[in-house]
Design a binder for this molecule. Structure first.
Ligand code: PPS
Length: 285
């Protein structure tokens, strides 16, 4: 089976489980609700990790929900066809996940008080994580080599298109009181402090014990062993479980094991060109 992509308003999407009709509905008709919480990322930036953290915060650290309901039901991936169906049936307050770039996000966001949590990750680690994941997921094309995949990533010829456009687009909302951004690297460095910051943004108060339970149940090891969070229950139609897993390494800086000096420098050149105007310094800079 060869994965195919299509373009919607200049952004690349997999054909499997996505359509122009669904994306147009999302952009123009989907009604964002004031009490929605959106978990937004460019793929491979910490989506499932943040989803787990938000699920656990919602349950005050009680792991019952994350151990009994698959993550794609706890926070549906709204722009996919199956995710949109689930989102439309979700009783409020909704927890929703999206990789959409800001310009394709539902227009109704502007009139709402919904909260956006945007998680970013070192783009070299995103590239490496996506490279591996692309061999496992049937919706993505398998890369022919790291050299070609690097060029595809830098030019935005990958699903959801350019990392640079995604990040500069969403980070344009910083300063907005309903927008909160955090990096995968901050989660790694201080998960407890990060959970406290997320709770403050959400207006959720947790006891020290509840906070510790969130941290414990959102650890890499806990999630890797939780079949409701590690994608092991995802249908074979979507994922080749023989080839790898979602919870691959879960570390910062794995790009050093996969990119040559030349590839890394090539990345840096494009990164500097594309990111200098944003005026934000990230942990990986
Ligand atoms: S997806 O497919 O876009 O939803 O993928 P996403 O969840 O954004 O990214 C997957 C990477 O996140 C790592 N991960 C974690 N790292 C540390 N701690 C926890 N708890 C955790 N959960 C997920 C996962 O291992 C993928 O990174 P790589 O580098 O491939 O290991």
């Amino acid at each position: 089976m060869t994965a195919e992509y299509f373009t919607y308003e200049g952004v690349l999407f997999p054909c499997m489980n996505f359509s122009s009709e669904t994306l147009s509905y999302m952009e123009n008709e989907f009604q964002v609700q004031d009490n929605d919480i959106f978990n937004i990322t460019y793929p491979k930036s910490g989506t499932t990790w943040m989803l787990e953290i938000l699920s656990l915060i919602r349950c005050e650290g009680d792991p019952g929900w994350v151990r009994s309901v698959p993550n794609w039901e706890r926070a549906p991936w709204v722009e996919s066809q199956s995710g949109l169906e689930a989102a439309l049936k979700y009783p409020p307050p909704r927890l929703l996940t999206s990789h959409l770039p800001v310009q394709l996000f539902p227009k109704s966001l502007q009139r709402s008080k919904a909260k956006i949590i945007y998680t970013l990750r070192s783009p070299k680690d995103v590239l490496v994580s996506l490279y591996h994941f692309s061999y496992i997921m049937h919706i993505f094309k398998s890369p022919s080599s790291m050299d070609t995949f690097l060029e595809d990533f830098l030019s935005g010829n990958v699903p959801y298109s350019s990392w640079f456009d995604h990040v500069t687009g969403w980070m344009g909302l910083r300063g907005n009181e309903n927008f909160f951004s955090i990096t995968y690297e901050e989660l790694q460095q201080d998960l407890s402090g990060s959970v406290r910051r997320i709770c403050r943004f959400l207006g959720k108060e947790l006891s020290e014990e509840q906070l510790a339970a969130v941290v414990e149940n959102a650890s890499f090891q806990s999630m890797k062993g939780n079949k409701m969070s590690n994608f092991s229950q995802m249908s074979d139609e979507y994922m080749d479980h023989q080839k790898g897993e979602l919870m691959r390494k879960g570390i910062c800086g794995d790009w050093r094991n996969h990119l040559s000096e030349v590839q890394s420098q090539r990345f840096d050149t494009v990164y500097q060109e594309r990111m200098q105007r944003l005026g934000v310094t990230f942990p990986w800079d």
